[in-house]
Write a protein that binds this ligand. Structure first.
Ligand code: SAH
Ligand code: SF4
Ligand code: F3S
Length: 487
C-alpha cells in the first residue's frame, strides 16, 4: 500500500530530518542500502519474519513492522528460519511470556546455524523492567529490543543495529507522540484494523495493559477517516476500529468527539461495507452508540462486552466500575434494541478473594445474557498491578472447578445461540480458503459466526449470501444462496 515514496531518491549525505515521519523515511532508505549490500554479498535476497503474540492491537503493530521491512528490501516469510526474526510480544497473562521464552531457545538454535541472523523483540512484554534484565542476562543472542512507545522508530532502530554491531536496547517510559503516514503492509487485502486510540486509563486492578501501553491517547478523526478512505480505495471492505476502550474515544481531544460521532462518519465512506470495533468497556457504553448501531447498515451485529466477573463484590475489587445489575440491564437493553446482535465477552476466574459463590454469580450472568461466545481466562498475577499484592490468592482446586463449570455453561449458551441461525440465509464475507478442505471457503457473518461453504477462491474478499445448512456447535456448513439474504 506504500508505493508513493521513492526511498532511493532520499539524499543520505544529508543529516537525518528531525521531523516525523520524514525521519523514518530517511532511515528506511539507509536500511535499504545495508540490506542491498548484504544481499549482494550473499547472492540472495534477505528474508524477515514477524511473529505476533497477543491482541488485535499487536497484530496491527506487526503490519506496521512488516510495512517498514518490505520498504527496506526484505522478503517476508512465515518461517522463522529467516535473516531477521521479530517477536512482537504480549504480557497480559504469564503464559504469553513463557511462550516467548520457550521459543527464544529455538531461535538461538537457528542462529547457530545462520550466524548472521538477527533477532529482535518488541511489544508489551518489553515494557517490563524484569523482562529486560532477564533477556540481558540469559538471552544474550538477542540483537534488538524496543517497546510499545517507540515502535514508530523501528527503521531508525534497525539502522542503529546494523551500524553498531552490538545489541541495541531502547525502551521509553511513555510518549505523547502519534506518528502518522508510516508504511503498513496488511495481512488481508480486503480487511484491516485501524487504531483509533492508544493506551488505557482504566487501571482494572488485575491488568498490566495501562502500564505497558501508557495513557489513553485518541487519534484525530481527520487522520482516522483519511486512513480509512485510503484503505477503501485500496480494496478494503471491512474495517475494525481498535482501542482498549473505544467507548471513551475522543474525550481528550482538543475538540472532543464521541465514538458514536466517529462511527457516523466512518459509515459515510464509500467502499466500506462492514464496520467492527474492539473493545467496549461496559461502564462507558452510551445509548447514543446503541442507536447508531441500530440504525447503521454497515456496523456489524456484534458487540464484545467484557464482563470479567458477575459478582459485584469482585467487580468492585477489580475496579471495573459497574455492578452485576448494571451490566445485566445494559445487556438487556442492547438485546432489546438490536435483537439480532451477538454479544461476546471475556471472563476471569480466580481473581484474589474469589469464592465459589462469586463464580456462581458469573455463571448466572452467562445464563441470563446468553453469550454468543466467551473467552474464559484463569487469573494471572501481573507484577506491579494492585491485585498482585492482594491477600487471598485463590487455591488452584477452586479455580479449576470454577473454570470447568463456567466453561461448560459458556459452551452451552454459545451452541444454543449459534443454532438459532440454522436454515437462514445471511451475507458472509469470504475470508480464506479452508485450511482442511480447499474446496471450501471460510466466511464470516456480520455477527462474527463462521460459515464454511463450497466456492471458488475468486470469491475471497467479497460478501456473498450463504444459506446456513448445518450447525456444528460454533460454526456452520452452508451453501451459496441465489435468493437475496435478509439482513
Ligand atoms: N481492554 C480490554 C481487554 C484487554 S486484555 C477490556 O477492557 O475489555 C483482554 C482480556 O484479558 C481482558 O478482557 C481480561 O479478561 C483478560 N485479562 C487481562 N488481565 C488478565 C490477568 N491478569 N489474568 C487473566 N486474564 C486477564
Ligand atoms: Fe486492562 Fe481494564 Fe484497560 Fe481493558 S480496560 S486494557 S482490562 S485496564
Ligand atoms: Fe497483550 Fe499488549 Fe494486547 S499485553 S493483550 S499485546 S495490549
Amino acid at each position: 500500500m506504500f508505493h508513493n515514496i521513492d526511498f532511493d531518491s532520499i539524499d543520505l549525505t544529508q543529516a537525518p530530518p528531525a521531523k516525523e515521519p520524514q525521519r523514518q523515511y530517511y532511515f528506511i532508505a539507509k536500511c535499504r542500502q545495508y540490506i542491498k549490500a548484504e544481499s549482494g554479498r550473499l547472492g540472495r535476497s534477505l528474508t524477515a519474519n514477524v511473529t505476533t503474540f497477543g491482541c488485535q492491537m499487536n497484530a496491527r503493530d506487526s503490519e506496521k513492522l512488516t510495512g517498514v521491512l518490505e520498504c527496506a528490501g526484505y522478503s517476508m516469510t512465515d518461517s522463522e528460519e529467516a535473516d531477521l526474526v521479530i517477536y512482537n510480544t504480549c504480557t497480559v497473562r504469564d503464559n504469553a511470556n513463557q511462550r516467548v521464552y520457550g521459543r527464544l531457545g529455538f531461535l538461538n538454535s537457528l542462529k547457530k546455524k545462520n550466524p548472521q541472523m538477527k533477532i529482535a523483540l518488541c511489544g508489551c512484554m518489553m515494557q517490563e523492567e524484569a523482562v529486560i534484565e532477564k533477556i540481558k542476562k540469559s538471552y544474550r543472542f538477542v540483537d534488538l529490543i524496543f517497546g510499545t512507545h517507540n515502535i514508530f522508530r523501528f527503521a531508525e532502530l534497525l539502522c542503529t543495529m546494523f551500524e553498531s554491531g552490538r545489541p541495541v536496547i531502547d525502551i521509553w517510559q511513555g510518549t505523547e507522540q502519534i506518528v502518522e503516514d508510516l508504511p503498513v503492509e496488511r495481512k488481508y487485502p480486503f480487511k484491516s484494523g485501524i487504531n483509533i486510540m492508544f493506551g488505557c486509563n482504566n487501571f482494572c486492578s488485575y491488568c498490566i495493559v495501562p502500564y505497558v501501553r501508557g495513557r489513553e491517547r485518541s487519534r484525530s478523526p481527520e487522520d482516522i477517516l483519511k486512513e480509512i478512505k485510503t484503505l477503501a480505495a485500496d480494496g478494503v471492505v471491512e474495517v475494525m476500529l481498535l482501542g482498549q476502550n473505544v467507548n471513551s474515544y475522543g474525550k481528550n481531544l482538543e475538540n472532543p468527539v464521541s465514538f458514536a460521532d466517529l462511527l457516523r462518519e466512518v459509515e459515510k465512506i464509500e467502499g466500506i461495507e462492514r464496520i467492527r470495533f474492539m473493545t467496549s468497556h461496559p461502564k462507558d457504553l452510551s445509548d447514543e452508540l446503541i442507536q447508531v448501531m441500530k440504525q447503521s447498515k454497515k456496523i456489524c451485529r456484534h458487540l464484545h462486552l467484557p464482563l470479567q466477573s458477575g459478582s459485584t463484590r469482585i467487580l468492585q475489587a477489580m475496579n471495573r466500575r459497574y455492578t452485576k445489575e448494571q451490566y445485566l440491564a445494559l445487556a438487556e437493553k442492547i438485546r432489546k434494541e438490536i435483537p439480532d446482535i451477538a454479544i461476546t465477552t471475556d471472563i476471569i476466574v480466580g481473581f484474589p478473594g474469589e469464592t465459589m459463590e462469586d463464580i456462581e454469580e458469573t455463571i448466572d450472568v452467562v445464563n441470563k445474557v446468553q453469550y454468543d461466545n466467551a473467552f474464559t481466562f484463569i487469573y494471572s498475577k501481573r507484577t506491579g498491578t494492585p491485585a498482585a499484592s492482594m491477600p487471598n490468592q485463590v487455591p488452584s482446586d477452586i479455580v479449576k472447578e470454577g473454570f470447568d463449570r463456567l466453561l461448560k455453561t459458556v459452551q452451552d449458551t454459545a451452541k444454543t445461540r449459534t443454532a438459532l441461525l440454522e436454515g437462514k440465509t445471511l451475507p458472509a464475507l469470504a475470508e480464506e480458503i479452508n485450511a482442511q478442505d480447499n474446496t471450501l471457503i471460510t466466511g464470516r457473518l456480520s455477527n462474527n459466526t463462521i460459515v464454511h461453504f463450497p466456492g471458488a477462491p475468486s470469491l475471497i474478499g467479497k460478501i456473498v449470501n450463504v444459506r446456513l445448512k448445518e450447525c456444528h456447535g460454533f460454526y456452520f456448513l452452508g451453501e451459496i444462496a441465489d435468493s437475496p439474504a435478509a439482513k
